[in-house]
Design a protein around this ligand. Structure first.
Ligand SMILES: NC(=O)c1ccc[n+]([C@@H]2O[C@H](COP(=O)([O-])OP(=O)(O)OC[C@H]3O[C@@H](n4cnc5c(N)ncnc54)[C@H](OP(=O)(O)O)[C@@H]3O)[C@@H](O)[C@H]2O)c1
Length: 279
């Protein structure tokens, strides 16, 4: 039986850590991205979600796959359906990176992909992460540089999760069958507002950072002014509605269930990424 794991988004936030963890566990990994770069000692494979002709080579020799959609994508079903169907046709076990809360409504595109996987007959695990801590050194980094994180979150709290914990959870799901057929809501250990987060980040980088609650329109204006496409800026604004409603404040033990370790706090994230946050 083939014993290779295909990791999508292998040069990205979660994928990079996941490849490293799987290699450390002795697994053989094909690291997929459009660039096809080798990642952390894993063979790189050129793969494009939007180009099914790239799938056959990527799936060659694979028995398990980590399937995710890169950030910046709004065409959820258009991009995910072909690769999920390709994995199912090859009877590959799927560990799917979904999004916290999508199980609230079966009409949500991410939930429709989950349902397809649940009904497929292939072994699967669904991971639904909350907002990433890592957004602070990626999406919100420019604001931190100016000393102010401006978001349409009002006072809503989120149990931010470190991408390393998503990767460790994914590695556990990919290397064991004990979690098959289940979905896990991945959160950090505590719910924090963006003002709390600003205080923690400020302490880690040794510079003042404050939080300013702004309107959706102001947020979209800032993003599009920084070159973010209007449709993705609108999408990002829309996903702060659940934050304002308090739906992203729940805390679960699912990271610990999967990995045997408690999820990392935002303070740990901020300390470990202080150089990137300051740069
Ligand atoms: N950020 C959050 O707070 C959050 C919270 C919950 C869920 N999520 C979900 O998590 C996902 C993002 O995870 P992430 O941050 O780990 O991803 P990411 O870092 O944005 O993913 C980038 C990776 O995907 C590859 N990639 C980009 N376009 C591709 C394409 N067309 N075909 C194949 N590979 C492609 C990139 O390499 P190349 O450019 O070389 O192709 C890179 O390896 C999103 O679906 C988001 O909805 C995010």
């Amino acid at each position: 039986m083939s014993k290779k794991i295909l990791v999508l988004g292998a040069t990205g936030n979660v994928g990079n850590h996941l490849v490293k963890t799987l290699i450390a566990k002795g697994e053989t990994v094909k690291a997929a991205s459009r660039s096809g770069k080798a990642v952390n000692g894993a063979e790189g494979v050129a793969f494009d979600l939007a180009d099914p002709s790239s799938f056959a080579h990527a799936f060659d020799g694979i028995d398990r796959a980590y399937i995710m959609l890169p950030g910046g994508s709004v065409a959820v079903k258009d991009l995910l359906l072909p690769v999920v169907e390709a994995a199912i046709a090859r009877k590959v076990k799927i560990v799917f990176q979904s999004v916290l809360g999508v199980d609230a409504d079966d009409s949500i595109p991410y939930r429709q992909i989950e349902i397809l996987i649940e009904k497929s007959g292939v072994p699967y695990v669904i991971l639904r992460p909350n907002w990433f801590s890592d957004n602070f050194h990626t999406f919100w980094k420019a604001g931190i540089g100016h000393g102010q994180i401006a978001l349409p979150a009002v006072n809503g709290k989120s149990s931010f999760i470190d991408a390393r914990d998503i990767a460790d959870s994914a590695a556990a799901a990919l290397t064991s069958s004990q979690f098959d057929g289940r979905a896990f809501n991945l959160t950090g250990p505590e719910a924090l507002g963006y003002a709390d987060a600003a205080t923690i980040l400020s302490g880690a980088i040794g510079r003042p950072v404050t939080y300013s609650a702004i309107s959706d329109d102001a947020f979209i204006g800032i993003l599009t002014g920084a070159g973010v496409p209007a449709d993705y800026a609108g999408f990002l604004a829309s996903i702060f509605h659940p934050v304002r409603e308090g739906w992203t404040a729940s805390v679960t033990q699912d990271v610990e269930t999967l990995t045997g370790k408690a999820a990392r706090s935002l303070a740990t994230y901020a300390s470990d990424y202080a150089a990137a946050l300051k740069a």
